[in-house]
Design a protein around this ligand. Structure first.
Ligand SMILES: [Zn+2]
Ligand SMILES: [Zn+2]
Length: 289
């Protein structure tokens, strides 16, 4: 029996409405046929959290994270620790705080706001005892110094969509954090990310789509969705010299260790869903042609 988790996706942000709408059922089914057994859907605002919560109600294999993204802070200037805590404790499906963190690439002008929000999220995570999903873009020094000064290692967590340096990865690993890779690792110009892939030990690695963004090669350019985590898995497995099945097993175990749960308690993959038996191109070509 193999498990594979898309450890960071935004299900509520997929094209669920309008002309080219897909249904969640269809998205989850396609993912399962590609071997993806579980999902962590991450909310960036409280509105998104509500949407995710209603999506997740129907499925045992969708987990949730709740936080205010550093790039959404201006939409929710008055978010309160109390409301965040309430959301985090509203369902046992909510297993993580985030995403939170710092993004100086897209919004250097809100730096101070981002810092105070990040610090508050860590405080809440320590209180509710849930790991943190961290977004860090071009903010290495501040991210690391806040993780240290706020004792974030006691909550634990993952640096998602890692695009920084080996240097930063080393400190994050020393602090006990996991490192998660998206389709960016498959992009031609991403030699720096591949350096980090080379460096990070298998037992601290995760794989994610961050869909609807960042579809991996060879589906780059269309809307990303959880099924495509298979492409990134394959790419990373080849790069690390292990089988896809082995990397799926290890990254699923890493997910279980970080979030202190057993995937099999939530859903067992449907019969015949062995990673090795999939012909992902067939499934995906058929669905998108
Ligand atoms: Zn992010
Ligand atoms: Zn994200």
């Amino acid at each position: 029996m193999s498990y594979l988790v898309d450890s960071h996706c935004h299900l509520e942000s997929l094209s669920l409405e309008g002309k080219a709408a897909k249904s969640i059922d269809e998205i989850i089914e396609r993912a399962r046929r590609c071997g993806v057994s579980h999902f962590l859907s991450v909310a960036c605002t409280s509105k998104e959290f509500e949407k995710n919560l209603s999506i997740a109600q129907k499925y045992n294999n969708i987990f949730l994270a709740c936080g205010i993204h550093p790039l959404n802070l201006e939409e929710e200037p008055d978010w309160s620790d109390e409301e965040l805590k309430k959301n985090l404790l509203s369902s046992d499906k909510v297993i993580a705080v985030g995403e939170t963190g710092l993004d100086y690439h897209y919004a250097p002008e809100t730096k101070n706001l981002q810092i105070s929000s990040f610090v508050r999220h860590i405080g809440v995570a320590l209180e509710v005892k849930k790991p943190i999903v961290i977004h860090a873009r071009e903010a290495k020094n501040d991210t690391l110094s806040i993780l240290k000064s706020e004792n974030a290692r006691d909550a634990g967590g993952v640096i998602h969509c890692f695009t920084d340096s080996v240097d930063m990865a080393r400190v994050c690993l020393d602090l006990g954090f996991y490192i998660s890779f998206t389709g960016i690792a498959t992009f031609k110009p991403s030699d720096n990310v591949r350096e980090v892939v080379k460096y990070v030990p298998l037992d601290r690695m995760m794989v994610e789509t961050d869909c609807p963004y960042l579809a991996p090669v060879p589906v780059r350019g269309i809307e990303n969705e959880p099924a495509f985590v298979r492409y990134t898995l394959k790419y990373l497995a080849d790069f690390k010299g292990v089988s896809e099945k082995e990397l799926a097993r290890i990254t699923s175990e890493n997910f279980e260790n970080l979030y202190k749960l057993k995937l099999s308690d939530y859903e067992t993959p449907p019969k015949g869903c062995e990673i090795s038996s999939y012909k992902i191109e067939n499934i995906i070509d058929r669905s998108f042609s």
